[in-house]
Design a protein around this ligand. Structure first.
Ligand SMILES: Nc1ncnc2c1ncn2[C@@H]1O[C@H](COP(=O)(O)OP(=O)(O)OP(=O)(O)O)[C@@H](O)[C@H]1O
Length: 225
């Protein structure tokens, strides 16, 4: 059986500077993959290539057997919206919207009516332990609450793959562990895959498998037992 998502021998350059020099990444449904490595080694670039945000210079990315290079921009965006969820280090919530609207936005973009999207969004805010912030704007909530909202937003449309780039990097260790626990629980329950970039080996311990990126190349360090 082929993996849900496979990036193979991917290279990427920013101008003349190589960021990836033949990197591989595979993740299966329901699997939590940690991506470790020093600063500047290419972790975020690999995530962006695997998620169809950046086009690899050479190499390939397949999602459910489909080569992303064969899709035009509109189809790739559509696939990202439907199938993928994203959590970044600093929530990247939309300040003009309430927290509830931030979570319901992807559902609305996917065509759900307001009432049903809001209902789903509320359920996720509840699950993430932040029901009280629904009507507030992101600027009025704490960093830990903002990350919980970002996790709710990433999961509410039940994507098949969640890409998380240092999702707890801006939180203290207690908040970070709580957010990670909630994220992994939700991923396991929805049978999504999680690609998780982290510097923190305690956070990586939540994963089933680890890869390390060094100088734009990947190696596997810890496999599932
Ligand atoms: N927008 C950009 N323009 C030019 N160079 C970039 C850009 N983004 C990343 N790079 C370079 O590409 C290389 C890989 O960067 P990347 O952000 O993927 O590393 P990283 O492992 O995620 O780093 P960090 O852990 O610090 O986030 C680095 O040399 C970086 O300086």
């Amino acid at each position: 059986m082929s993996a849900l998502l496979t990036a193979r021998d991917v290279t990427y350059f920013f101008g003349n500077t190589p960021a990836l020099r033949g990197a591989d990444l595979t993740v299966d449904a329901g699997e939590v993959l940690a991506v470790l490595g020093p600063s500047g080694s290419g972790k975020s670039t690999l995530l962006h290539c695997a998620a169809g945000i950046l086009p690899p210079k050479t190499g390939s990315v397949h999602y459910r057997g489909v080569d992303l290079a064969g899709l035009d921009d509109r189809r790739r965006s559509d696939l990202r919206l439907r199938e993928f969820g994203f959590v970044f280090q600093f929530g990247q919530l939309i300040d003009e919207l309430t927290c509830l609207e931030n979570v319901s936005l992807p559902l609305r973009l996917l065509g759900q009516g307001r009432r049903s999207a809001d209902e789903t969004a509320r359920t996720w805010l509840d699950r993430l332990g932040v029901p009280d912030v629904a009507g507030q704007r992101p600027g009025q909530v704490s960093g830990g609450q903002a990350q919980r909202i970002a996790v709710a937003r990433a999961l509410a449309h039940r994507p098949a793959v969640i890409f998380a780039d240092e999702p707890t990097g801006a939180l203290d260790s207690l908040q970070g562990e709580q957010v990670m626990r909630l994220l992994v629980e939700a991923v396991r329950e929805t049978d999504a895959a999680l690609v998780l970039i982290t510097h923190d080996t305690r956070i990586a311990a939540y994963s089933d498998r680890e890869i390390v990126v060094r100088d734009g190349r990947t190696s596997e360090t810890r496999s599932a037992a």
